[in-house]
Design a protein around this ligand. Structure first.
Ligand SMILES: Cc1cc2nc3c(=O)[nH]c(=O)nc-3n(C[C@H](O)[C@H](O)[C@H](O)COP(=O)(O)OP(=O)(O)OC[C@H]3O[C@@H](n4cnc5c(N)ncnc54)[C@H](O)[C@@H]3O)c2cc1C
Length: 371
């Protein structure tokens, strides 16, 4: 895999040792998109019963429940984690205490590494394996395996796009320099200000530093939602369908109360079940969470615009990456996300407004204005 100047990796064939078998093209999920499950998709909303797990998860904690179940069956789970260099990589484990590493959406393309090969080897040994990832990663795994395994459970996400690993690297280096301390934890979707507001939380070796900024203050989140930094292919994603090759699709449920009054506003996961295997597993998971069957069209209408459509890249995307490669990070930030007086004011006032309980009303008003 070769990295380009935007920090995305692409396969490159070594023509010196290539035997021209054509297998790489055969298993490429873009050239040969695997067939979706031929079953009717069912839809649920869930909230994990353990509030600490749910607080730590992006939405309702579905993935932690399935991890717990699979590991209890002596199985292995695969998903995206941070490595020791704070890069986002795919990783597999059978250790319960490692489940927390998977929690939380990392808005960066994860490096698959050898996890497809590891998955195949575990499947052949008869272990139960749950593999999670973006829809393209699951399609890639299915093509790599080239046959169905009854002991494989796949979970994909509804995915807005996959930002550049190079951007994350530069962003983290900038923050470490600015705060003069090493970063120990990154959380793109912390629930610090509640589930309704995406908050980037950074933890530093110097524990006195507090970093909790939403899109008003954090450039990494802002660049993602401005569609400046995702992989080009994400803007013409081939996997935007309700039916999928996976057993489960998970995504944010912003208003669980519209489906059932029994749920609160602290985070809920929409779960689409695409296969009879998925249904069997879901039955086993029911004791982990509160759940409600939902109307699939309502779920798509309310929360699922990214299920079916790709975002349009910003017209500044190309220049953005040129600048990222040639300017210091603070200059890039200034150019694409200038610190206006209004932004300065929101950044200063937000903790106070939140503390006195007014922040959510301000945000609701703002969202209504932009709706
Ligand atoms: C890049 C990205 C874009 C997303 N875009 C949307 C969206 O537009 N709309 C929406 O409703 N939901 C989106 N999601 C999904 C959503 O943020 C939650 O992950 C989902 O609701 C599950 O939450 P949870 O609480 O059940 O699980 P969590 O405990 O939060 O589980 C996290 C799961 O996400 C996987 N994961 C995390 N980061 C990555 C990554 N970089 N690459 C591959 N897998 C990863 C982990 O392996 C794990 O399976 C996106 C997620 C990612 C990673």
């Amino acid at each position: 895999m070769k990295e380009d100047n935007e920090g995305f990796r692409y396969p490159e064939v070594n023509t010196k040792i290539c035997i021209e078998c054509g297998l790489c093209e055969k298993i490429c999920p873009i050239q040969n998109t695997p067939h979706n499950n031929n079953e009717i998709t069912d839809s649920y909303v869930i909230q994990h019963k353990n509030n600490e797990i749910r607080r730590d998860s992006t939405s309702g904690g579905f993935f932690s429940a399935i991890c717990d179940y699979v590991i209890a069956q002596n199985g292995y789970v695969f998903g995206a984690v941070y490595n020791e260099k704070m890069e986002v990589v795919h990783y597999g484990t059978n250790q319960k205490e490692e489940i927390k590493r998977f929690r939380g959406s990392k808005y960066v393309q994860s490096q698959i590494g050898n996890t497809y090969q590891e998955t195949k080897s575990l499947l052949l040994k008869g272990y139960l394996v749950c593999f999670s990832g973006t829809p393209c990663q699951i399609a890639g795994l299915k093509n790599f395996l080239r046959k169905e395994y009854t002991n494989l459970i796949t979970v994909d996400l509804v995915c807005r796009g996959n930002p550049s690993p190079l951007l994350l690297k530069k962003y983290l280096a900038y923050q470490e320099k600015y705060y003069n301390s090493k970063i120990t934890k990154v959380k793109f979707r912390d629930k610090y200000y509640g589930y309704d507001f995406s908050t980037m939380t950074l933890e530093f070796q110097n524990e006195k530093i507090q970093y909790h900024y939403g899109m008003e203050g954090d450039p990494m989140l802002k660049f993602f939602f401005l569609d400046l930094c995702s992989k080009p292919a994400c803007h013409q994603c081939k996997f935007k369908t309700i039916e999928r090759v996976s057993d489960f699709t998970i995504f944010d449920c912003w208003n669980a109360k519209s489906f059932t009054k029994k749920m609160d506003k602290k985070g809920a996961t929409h779960v689409f079940i695409h296969s009879s295997k998925g249904h069997e597993v879901f039955e086993q998971l029911k004791s982990y969470f509160h759940y409600q069957k939902t109307d699939i069209q309502q779920a798509v209408r309310q929360d699922g615009c990214m299920i079916l459509s790709s975002t349009t890249p910003s017209k500044n995307r190309e220049q953005f990456f040129n600048d990222l490669n040639s300017l210091p990070f603070d200059k890039v930030q200034k150019k694409y996300f200038p610190l206006t007086l209004k932004r300065k004011l929101i950044i200063k006032l937000k903790p106070f407004l939140y503390y006195i309980g007014v922040f959510k009303f301000y945000m609701r008003l703002k969202n209504k204005k932009h709706a």
